[in-house]
Design a protein around this ligand. Structure first.
Ligand SMILES: C[S@@+](CC[C@H](N)C(=O)[O-])C[C@H]1O[C@@H](n2cnc3c(N)ncnc32)[C@H](O)[C@@H]1O
Length: 187
């Protein structure tokens, strides 16, 4: 709650806690738990205010560390506050950067903000990940101005993801359908 109260735009920060957002993250954590047996390092790109990082830390999934990357500089302090305990332990770091420009060597790279980057940005982002990285993507079919790359169906999303496909699915929320793909970065 402190993280919301102290943020520059509390109403915008509250958006991260809407039921659809939280359910999408619970769904991701459930699927991630099937993939991860050993402690892993995780990068969350488009990590927003650090809610997903916090939920993963609390989930029981074995995690070495999480880095949350967002291009919006206002997210860094809120995400840090959201994950203060782990930040003090050296297991969490929030970074302000463009996901297309930052290097990632984490075991798992998560991007739940696929609808916020163009196909061209997405391909640039993917090209920067090491081969064999376990990648988890989420997008949706929600056509609003800030979504520059929404998808009309799961198959449409899958066709543009450029991964070696391991698992995928869709989940209806009140306003939109959320899609998720788990895959490996290919050659
Ligand atoms: C509305 S939020 C998150 C949406 C998604 N449904 C979720 O829950 O993760 C989208 C975030 O992506 C971030 N973002 C957009 N383009 C980015 C980029 N090129 N690099 C890093 N973060 C980016 C925005 O700043 C914003 O915090």
């Amino acid at each position: 709650m402190q993280a919301i109260r102290n943020s520059e735009n509390p109403m915008r920060t509250m958006d991260a806690f809407w039921a659809g957002q939280i359910k999408s993250k619970e769904w991701l954590i459930d699927q991630l738990s099937h993939q991860v047996k050993e402690p892993v390092s995780i990068d969350i790109h488009g990590g927003w205010v650090g809610v997903l990082a916090s939920m993963i830390f609390q989930s029981g999934i074995p995690v070495k560390n999480i880095r949350s990357v967002d291009i919006d500089h206002t997210c860094e302090s809120i995400a840090t506050m959201m994950n203060k305990g782990e930040e003090i332990e050296g297991r969490f770091k929030a970074v302000t950067a463009d996901m297309c420009e930052i290097r990632s060597d984490a075991d798992v790279v998560i991007n739940t903000s696929c609808e916020h980057i163009t196909q061209e940005q997405y391909e640039l982002w993917l090209s920067g990940l090491p081969h064999n990285t376990l990648v988890i993507l989420q997008s949706n079919n929600y056509d609003i101005p800030e979504h520059v790359r929404w998808h009309k169906s799961f198959d449409d999303f899958k066709a543009t993801c450029g991964l070696h496909f391991l698992w995928g699915g869709e989940m209806k929320t009140q306003l939109y359908t959320r899609y998720m793909i788990i895959g490996k970065k290919n050659e």
